[in-house]
Design a protein around this ligand. Structure first.
Ligand code: F6R
Length: 613
């Protein structure tokens, strides 16, 4: 799970591609940042030069003076280590024995051990522990046998098993970059006098708005004025596949905030409104609801934050459509796919549309004949392309590694879906349905009011909480998935241990950890008339053990006893509560990270798009 970028340009149009390569790669840093590297053809000398090392892109660029070079073409890579420690030799690009062929790769070559053994027998010398290096040597090997390098490239691809997005630069063909995609994402950006490749769209947005999303099994090459794509030996006519993107570049940049995470939290009122309008004006939800209405079993899956959105859906589907959805964590799909068939539907929630665990779940269910509905933020990504129907969220590009704005847009899309099914099932009358859809229009307002009401107090809370090693976040009913999501945010960006439980469950074990000063945060959702007494009891139990208790709740919880601090975020009912109660927990996580000197945009050990199982 890495990021790759490649550019080739006519020097009369783009005299130096190095700035494009460096900037493009920097926008991919969210995909991993254990090491970075560049291979390029130097202007004038036409030689292949390679610079790579462990560490962040800026450090690698600075230490080798990469930006001071002039290049006519190049490939670059930012790595999230899978095979081999994150160090200089394992950093990409990797080279053949003659140091003329450079390759960058995202994904995993499953059969690399056999290939490596065979190549070593043939006399190839390996420098790294990576699976990727076998590709460089395979290319070298077959280029001795084949009449041209493209034939060698195709022969090498046939030997590879696993997931890959690769880009290859050969010193003898300075303006051509070879590429291939299988499972790992790769797109071509079309320019005037140049063409480029990248793992995602935002990294290419400053240079072009016209893209081709490559499909699994496609390979080919780009030159400054030429794109050639093949699949199974046949040329592909790609012109009808050009997508033009309308996101602004500003959407993909920080917009004056110190971090993407804060920018993305603050954007929620707007993107919720945009997602709402998009859902209202398209048929996506209606078509997806019809699929659900025709099936007996509804499953829903996702990883991390997307799984938490799936849990919120299960709550709403039961409330609004009186239907059961079976939620599961994507990587655990086998237990559930076994029970699926043509009578089933699976909803796959994935902001990136590329998470391998979710994709594998999708494929397992599809094989059994289940219908697939995707909820995704990325048009043209793999999960939507393999689904029967996709509901798109319209959160815009999310650069911070921690999911924030995409969570609530997923919740919004899934709530629409629950409402629609409620209408089809006759659980909701037409006028109840209309009223609820109208109420959802205020999702953005709920987020904005809540941010306004909670920001100050969160800054004060952080002063005490940043000293804690651990905390609990507890809720009941709808509050449970919101608590899970809050705890995930706190631990991933601040590195403070935060665990979420249903508040009722806390007595069945977790309370053993509670001692004087231990922080316990309660997420108090509506209806207060129904939950107040029980939550009140849970707060008292924690208080009696000396816990430091904080409550984030909708209006109606002001008079709760036993909470040291009560933050109410507005008068929101059941369908709007997630939009009001999620942002304070996101802000808390963000502020804790900043107070502790962590980088909230790039938490350690994480990557934005997880394409390894
Ligand atoms: C948490 C986070 C991850 C993702 C998960 C799924 O902040 O970002 O847990 O939610 O990796 O990613 P998608 O939604 O792209 O499938």
């Amino acid at each position: 799970m890495c990021g790759i970028v490649g550019v080739t340009a006519d020097p009369d149009q783009v005299p130096n591609v190095m700035p494009m390569l460096v900037q493009g790669l920097k926008r991919l840093e969210y995909r991993g940042y254990d090491s970075a590297g560049f291979a390029f053809i130097e202007c004038g000398s036409q030689k292949l030069l390679v610079f790579k090392n462990k560490g962040r892109i800026d450090d690698v660029v600075r230490s080798y003076g990469v930006s001071t070079y002039c290049a006519i073409s190049g490939i670059a890579h930012t790595r999230w280590a899978t095979h081999g420690a994150p160090n200089q030799v394992n950093a990409h690009p990797h080279l053949d024995c003659n140091k003329k062929i450079a390759i960058v790769h995202n994904g995993i070559i499953k059969n690399f051990a056999e290939l490596r053994e065979w190549l070593v027998e043939q006399g190839h010398r390996f420098e790294s522990d990576t699976d990727t290096e076998v590709i460089a040597h395979l290319l070298e090997h077959f280029s001795r046998e084949e009449r041209d390098f493209f034939s060698a490239f195709k022969k090498a691809l046939r030997m590879l098993e696993g997931a890959y997005a690769i880009a290859v630069l050969h010193e003898d063909e300075p303006l051509r970059i070879y590429f291939a995609r299988n499972i790992s994402p790769l797109l071509i950006g079309l320019g005037i006098g140049f063409n480029m490749l990248s793992s995602d769209i935002p990294s290419m947005l400053p240079y072009t708005r016209r893209f081709i999303v490559l499909n699994d099994g496609e390979y080919g090459y780009i030159e400054p004025y030429r794109v050639h794509i093949e699949k199974e030996g046949r040329s592909i006519d790609w012109r009808a596949r050009i997508t033009t993107i309308t996101w602004s570049l500003e959407d993909a940049e920080k917009g004056g905030y110190p971090h993407y995470m804060l920018k993305e939290i603050m954007e929620q009122p707007r993107v919720l409104y945009e997602t709402y309008m998009g859902l209202l004006s398209s048929r996506e939800v209606e078509d997806a609801a019809k699929i659900l209405a025709d099936t007996d079993k509804i499953f829903i899956t996702g990883a991390g934050t997307s799984y938490h959105a799936s849990l919120v859906f299960t709550y709403y589907l039961s409330l609004l459509a009186r239907e059961l959805a079976i939620p599961f964590i994507a990587s655990e799909y086998s237990t559930y796919s076994r029970l699926s068939g043509s009578d089933s539907a699976l909803i796959v929630v994935s902001q990136s549309g590329e998470t391998i665990d979710s994709l594998q779940a999708l494929r397992a269910f599809k094989k059994k004949g289940a219908k697939i509905i995707a909820v995704s933020n990325v048009i043209g990504s793999t999960i939507p392309r393999e689904s029967d129907k996709t509901i798109y969220t319209r959160a815009g590009p999310e650069i911070g590694v921690a999911a924030t704005k995409t969570f609530l847009t997923q919740v919004l899309a899934l709530t629409f879906l629950s409402l629609r099914l409620g209408l089809i099932r006759g659980v909701l009358t037409q006028s109840e349905y209309k009223d609820l859809v109208n109420e959802l229009k205020r999702a953005g307002e709920a987020a904005s009011v809540s941010i306004e009401k909670s920001s100050r107090i969160i800054e004060r809370l952080v002063i005490g909480l940043k000293k804690s090693n651990s905390m609990y976040i507890l809720g009941r009913e709808l509050g449970v998935p919101l608590a899970y999501e809050g705890a995930l945010k706190v631990k991933e960006v601040s590195y403070i241990h935060a665990e979420a439980y249903p508040a009722g469950e806390s007595k069945h074990g977790p309370i053993a950890l509670v001692e004087p000063g231990f922080p316990v945060i309660f997420v108090a959702t509506p209806p207060a008339e129904h939950l107040f007494e029980k939550l009140q009891g849970n707060i008292m139990e924690m208080k009696a053990r000396g816990a430091s208790t904080i409550l984030f709740g909708v209006d109606g919880y002001e008079d709760v006893k036993g909470a040291d601090i009560v933050v109410t975020v507005g008068p929101w009912g059941e369908v709007l509560a997630p939009y009001a109660l999620t942002p304070p927990l996101q802000l808390l996580a963000y502020r804790l990270a900043v107070a502790l000197g962590r980088d909230p945009d790039k938490p350690r050990n994480l990557a934005k798009t997880v394409t390894v199982e």
